[in-house]
Design a protein. Structure first.
Length: 262
């Protein structure tokens, strides 16, 4: 194997990147498994304060809230934060990943879900190391393409992802595709269980999810052509009854580690 490509990081999530799809994102994205949240909380040194960085519309923050006394949920995108419902114990704040405004050594658990690739990763890791208490837990994860287990359906979604909207994904998307393995992780790694997101979706749910992709929105913006109806026509023939639900799965690629205890 050759050397990993150098990491040229954006300065946190580009402003406006999710503005056009924020509502679809909130409505159509799958939710993370409760078992993952319980496992993270169980491995955290405390339950006083968690930082959900790159919270988007607050998916992880909502899941953490029943387990943690106080959750600080930050995102650079005002449009994404506008989709987050107020919740007791959760403070939503517009902030850069690299400048949280949190007190030093105050955080038990830092979580970054499907957002790390937008950050200046080295700067974010320094910020996380600053705010984590000794032995505090860092958890970073991402997920790739959905899988139904029905080969023709999965092939159509993969072709849409790679060939139709593929040119409209930002360069940082490659880090999701390789499970963040090229991004630095200066924490003391601990073994992590395997987790997957799952859902029982109709065809309409799948189409809504594909519309929430930023690359889909960018394709429409740049070409003036909506590529989703053609895909929908192909999927209708493969799906069967459009009201039928199918099991959909997204394996999570998870990195977990602890802040320095020294």
């Amino acid at each position: 194997m050759g050397e990993s490509p150098p990491h040229v990081a954006p300065k946190s999530s580009p402003p406006g990147h999710f503005e056009s799809v924020a509502t679809d994102y909130a409505r159509h994205r799958p939710t993370y498994p409760e078992a993952l949240i319980e496992w993270l909380v169980g491995n955290s040194p405390g339950r006083g304060l968690a930082w959900d960085c790159g919270t988007g519309n607050g998916q992880v923050a909502r899941s953490l809230a029943p387990h943690i006394e106080q959750v600080i949920a930050t995102d650079l995108s005002a449009a994404q934060l506008a989709q987050a419902s107020p919740l007791a114990g959760v403070t939503f704040r517009q902030a850069r990943a690299e400048n949280s405004g949190l007190e030093p050594a105050s955080v038990d658990l830092v979580v970054v879900a499907q957002a790390l690739h937008w950050f200046d990763v080295d700067a974010f890791n320094r910020e996380a190391s600053r705010v984590l208490r000794p032995g505090g837990l860092m958890a970073q994860w991402c997920y790739g393409l959905m899988k139904t287990g029905v080969a023709p359906i999965d092939a159509e979604v993969t072709a849409f992802y790679k060939n139709i909207v593929g040119p409209y994904w930002p360069a940082e998307r490659r880090h999701v595709e390789n499970g963040y393995r090229d991004l630095p992780f200066p924490f003391q790694r601990i073994p992590a269980r395997a987790f997957s997101m799952t859902a029982e979706w109709t065809l309409a749910d799948v189409i809504g999810y594909l519309r929430s992709w930023s690359a889909t929105a960018r394709h429409i913006q740049m070409t003036g052509v909506d590529p989703v109806p053609d895909l929908t026509d192909r999927l209708v023939r493969l799906w069967g009854d459009s009201e039928r639900t199918r099991h959909v799965e997204w394996p999570l690629m998870l990195r977990v580690g602890r802040a320095d205890c020294s």
